[in-house]
Design a protein around this ligand. Structure first.
Ligand code: HEC
Ligand code: HEC
Length: 329
């Protein structure tokens, strides 16, 4: 009997130790994926397009600034992208990077390929995995070039950013591939005409503005998403921008007549809502960046959202005060 217990304990201890060794040896592994063939340009029209994307639909500016600059950024100022916004996640703490061309603390020392790979495949300049914040896997080559060209045209700002700190859960997710790169190397992505079409709206919603990331219940956190109720049908719960305990639930954006929030909005109402910008101070939706989108983009988004499959998913309301129980969760 005693022998049995000792053997059993030995097996359990061995199991725990090997699990520990497995996770510790794998969580900070690096990926040596090839770099996308992207070269920045000095053309002022290209740089202007990049600036529009960065402060508008691609909303890099909503994350790559310091939280103290948030209000001025949302009010329309072109705050330098010096980084420093802290994200407290359930799997660790990550801080947005300094995207100004400072050589020591920013992107000044990165190649175009390194920046493009970070945007597309979530692999950092040093080969480590980046959190699932930058879903630009299918951003066109033209737009990736524009973004990088703009980033390179900024004034350098010195602002050292700490490396991410993953807790056990984060390390576990990385080791087991739950958090993993989005592989797309060797692909060139052709340009899409910028006009108020369903096609261009599809591109913005899914590959630039990430409406799909926040307005869909996903079953996996990383890589290819599988949706619980189908894309864009809402229901994702967010804490308010780390400030207080107000919580938000994303509305259903599909054209389902009963439960889709915008199903009965006409196009001008939709445009006006985006022009209005933020209503709730701590909503995680980057309203400040989106309010800068031009009308063509907003109309394209509307037309695309009207064209997708209607999904019935009733969202009782989108804002919950501290202590209030979220309905239907
Ligand atoms: C939702 C927030 C968010 C958005 C939007 C966002 N980023 Fe980031 N980005 C981050 C965070 C957080 C990090 C730091 C990750 C880390 O250190 O692991 C980061 C890191 C980076 C890095 C550094 C990668 C490296 O090699 O270490 C680059 C380059 C970058 N982002 C570019 C962009 C660009 C360009 C855009 C817009 C097209 C953008 N990001 C939009 C949050 C965001
Ligand atoms: C970072 C997450 C996030 C992203 C990205 C995001 N949303 Fe939202 N959205 C929310 C949350 C949370 C709410 C509810 C709180 C609020 O209204 O601000 C919301 C609310 C809305 C509303 C309802 C506004 C109202 O008047 O009640 C619309 C419409 C909407 N989003 C459309 C979009 C579209 C279109 C995109 C892409 C261009 C998008 N969202 C991107 C999180 C997000």
């Amino acid at each position: 009997m005693k022998k049995w217990i000792i053997t059993l304990m030995g097996i359990v201890i061995l199991g725990i130790v090997s699990l520990f060794v497995f996770v510790e040896s794998r969580w900070d592994r690096t990926y040596d994926f090839p770099y996308p063939e992207i070269t920045h340009s000095l053309d002022s029209t290209v740089i202007e397009r990049g600036k529009y994307l960065v402060y508008g639909p691609a909303h890099c500016a909503s994350c790559h600034i310091n939280i103290d600059d948030y209000e001025s950024m949302e009010a329309g100022e072109l705050i330098p992208l010096r980084g420093g916004e802290v994200f407290n996640l359930n799997y660790g703490v990550v801080v947005s990077y300094n995207l100004t061309p400072d050589v020591e603390t920013g992107i000044g020392g990165f190649t175009d390929g390194e920046i493009a790979r970070a945007m597309r495949e979530a692999v950092g300049h040093d080969g480590r995995i980046l959190p699932n914040f930058m879903p630009f896997k299918l951003m066109t080559d033209e737009d990736v070039v524009a973004v990088i060209s703009f980033l390179r045209s900024q004034k350098p700002v010195k602002n050292p950013i700490p490396k991410p700190v993953y807790n056990w859960s984060g390390k576990w997710k990385i080791s087991t591939g739950k958090i993993r790169p989005r592989i797309i190397h060797g692909t060139t992505l052709p340009s899409i005409k910028r006009e108020a079409t369903i096609e261009y709206g599809n591109y913005l919603v899914n590959n630039v503005a990430n409406c799909v990331g926040c307005h869909s219940m996903a079953t996996v956190e990383y890589g290819e998403k599988k949706y619980r109720f189908g894309p864009l049908s809402g229901g994702v719960i967010f804490g308010g921008n780390n400030v207080n305990n107000t919580r938000y639930v994303t509305p259903n954006l599909t054209p389902e007549k009963q439960t889709g929030m915008i199903a009965n909005w006409d196009e001008d109402t939709f445009v006006a809502r985006f022009r209005q910008g933020r209503v709730y101070e701590t909503s995680p939706m980057p309203w400040g960046s989106f309010a800068r989108m031009d009308e063509v983009d907003i109309r394209a988004i509307y037309r695309y959202l009207k064209s997708i499959k209607p999904i019935a998913n009733k969202i009782e309301k989108t804002v919950y005060q501290p202590g209030e129980e979220i309905e239907g969760s």
